[in-house]
Design a protein around this ligand. Sequence first.
Ligand code: ZN
Length: 341
Amino acid sequence: MATSNGEFVAAAPVALDLEVHWIDGTDPDEPRYQIHQIETHTFVIRQSLRVSAEAPFIYLLFGDSRALLIDTGATEDSTAWPLREVVDQLIEDWLTAHPRSDYELVVAHSHGHQDHTAGDDQFHDRPQTTVVSSELAAIVDYFGFSEWPSGSARLDLGRRELLLVPSPGHHEAAITFYDPWTGVLFTGDTVYPGRLYVQDMQAFKSTIGRLAALTGTKPVTHILGCHIELSRHPGKDYPLGAREHPGERPLPMTASQLRAVHTTAAERANQPGVHVHEDFILYNGRRIRDHLKLLIRSRRSPLGVLPAAVVLLLLAGRDWVADHRLFNRPEKRTSNDAGRQ
Ligand SMILES: [Zn+2]
């Protein structure tokens, strides 16, 4: 049984340390991942661009009776991407500092694209662990959404109760997690400093409207998504598949930037195509010409590959950009050291 040691009794939201220089691929020998503790009970893990060009961010939140892992990264191979090992160590360290028995882990997802779920298998045999499927029906059932997407659900980690907001638009089963303890909105690929690929604009508009409304009723200190694709130059993104992000902008976004996404989505809802804002780039729909431009810019796509990619795109009719596996192959590595700060 869990015992309380007086954690989670401070006035929330607590102060966060988000001053961090993330690994950005500019050092070819950078570690496979980087861990950053933003406060006593919350960790951010970034996967290296050298392992996956998606370089997603993963979040680990500790509560009094269980922890929540949001996403499992872009790579299945546990040697290239040892997330289970990382999470096990973080939980062990946390439990040493905050002893509890029968401590559980819930593995859930911001959404079901492959760059956020690839590490799931590493957790299926972990004791006292629930891996929630990223399928919509399973999500509605597990978290107990009474209405999707208009309702919400709660996930109690033990004295740290998260509010879960359905967030379809980029992906039909996307969820935003609001954490009153830190005041953070964990927005997945719905809102982040990068290319916001919208598959269903009506759903996206409603989602952003709900999130914008939430920033008016709850203390939202930071918005943390799952990628960085923009440099510090306004509206300037890195090529798709880039293994280096020199001069990346910070990960956190603000409530006012979220409202700008809302405004842009409302204004551009009937205009398929690419809408560049200084803090994000909105891809409304799946126009082939927009995806082709991304491919042409990509340093990893020699022109000879293009015809095949186009044919694949047309035949498969799938949103390959949303889980661009083409670019997910790990690079060969010489160093396996893990970074931590
Ligand atoms: Zn993603």
